[in-house]
Write a protein that binds this ligand. Sequence first.
Ligand code: UD1
Length: 431
Amino acid sequence: MERLVIEGGQPLSGSIRVHGSKNAALPILAAVTMADGEVVIKNVPNLDDVLVMLDILRSLGARVSYYKGELVVDPRTISTTDVPEHLMRLMRSSIFMMGPLLTRFGSVRVSKPGGCSIGSRPIDFHLKGLAALGAEIDERHGFIECTTTRLKGTSVFLDFPSVGATENVMMAAVLADGETVIGNAAREPEIRDLAAFLNTLGAKISGAGEDTIVISGVSSLKGGEFSVSPDRVVAGTLLIAAAITGGQVQLENVKANDLTAVIMKLRECGVQVIGTRDILEARRIGSLKAVERIQTAPFPGFPTDLQAPFMSLLTLAHGTSVISETVFEDRFQHVSELQRMGALIKVDLRTAFVKGVRELTGAAVQATDLRAGAALVLAGLAAQGSTIIDRVYHIDRGYETLEVQLRNLGAHIERVRPGKAQGDVSVSQAT
Ligand code: UD1
C-alpha cells in the first residue's frame, strides 16, 4: 500500500491553480445520463471517485472519453439501469444515479450503500423525496429498486438540508410532470453548479443556492457543454497549508465567496488572507491564535469537510480552541492520530477541545477517511521530523496528486510504495 512520507518544517510558498470540485463533478456526471445528446464537461478532476463514476457510466452502456480534465459522454447508448454492486460499494456517491436514471428511464436498481467511517449516513431523505415524486420503491436483499411510469411534481420538505438528497430530488424533478418545490434545501455551491449544468441542457430550475428550489419539469434534455467550479475544500486545505507552515501561498481559480466562513476563521487565528473574487493569498504573520469556537454547519456555515484540516492548524495555535461537529456523528477519527504527533486534544461527544502546543513531532499515522488524511498531511508539513501516512487511497479520492501540488510549493513530501523486501521502498516520481 502506498504511503506519504513528509519531512516537516518547510514554509510553503508559491502559486497554485485549484482543480475542479469533486463534489460538484460527481452529481453532474450522474445527471449526464438524462441528456439526449453528447455532453462535454470541462475541469473534471482526475480523482479516484470520479474514475469510479466514469466506470459506472460505462457499465450502463454510455460512451465515455476523458482526457486532461475534459470529459465527453454520449448517454444515448445507455442500455441498462442496473448499477453494478461492486461499483456501488466503491463509492457512496453512486446513489446519485438513482434520481437521474429513474426519471429518464423509469427504473433504477442499486445496492444499498453502507455506513462509512464518519457516520451511518442513511439515505432516507433521498428515498422519501423520490417516493413523494411518485416512485415505487422496493428494498430487498440489500438492493433498492425504484420504478415509475412518470414522476409527478410535488412539494418535498427535507428534515435536514442534506446536500445529496437535495441533488437527487432536484435531478429527478427535472424530467417530472409539472412543478416541484424543494423546501429546506441545502445551499451548498455544488448545488448551484448542478442546477447551472442542468439548465444548460434545457432544465428549468430556479432558486438553487437558496433554501427553496423550484423545478418546472421538462420533457427532455439536450446535449451541451459545462465547466465544473473549483474545489472549495481543496482551496481551503491549501490556505491552511500556507498558514500551518508559516508560508505564503497564492491560489488561482477559486471562488472566494464560497470560502467566507473559512477565511474568517483563518483571520481569527492571525492569518492574513487577501485576494479578489477568484484569487486568494494566505500568509501567516507571527504566531497562531486559538479561535473561540468553530461549529460545522450546512453552507454558508463552516464546512464539515474542513473541520479536520482546521483542527491540525489549531493544534499549533496559542490558547484553547473549541470545535463542534454538528453534521456527521463520528468525524473526529483524526484526533487520535494527531495525538500521536503530540497534539493536545480532548473530545467530549461531538465537541473537541484543542490546546495549542509549541510543536508537533512526526510519527507514523493512518488516514481514516479523506479529510482526516488531509489533516494529517497538514500536520506532517508543520511537524518536526518525519511523518509517514498510511492508507493514502483515502486522500486520492478527493485531492489530485496532493503531494505533487505541495512539492511545487516547496514541501518535502514523497509518495512511496513499500517493496517486497522489508524496508525496501520505491519512490514515485509522478508529477
Ligand atoms: C455531501 C458531501 C460531503 C460533505 C457533506 C456535508 C458530496 C459527494 N459529499 O455529502 O463531502 O461532507 O455533503 O456538507 O457532495 N442524512 C440523513 N439522511 C439522508 C441524507 C443525509 O440522515 O437521507 C444526514 C447525514 O447522515 C448527515 C447529514 O444528513 O448527518 C448531512 O449529510 P448530507 O448533506 O446528505 O451529506 P452528503 O450529501 O452525503
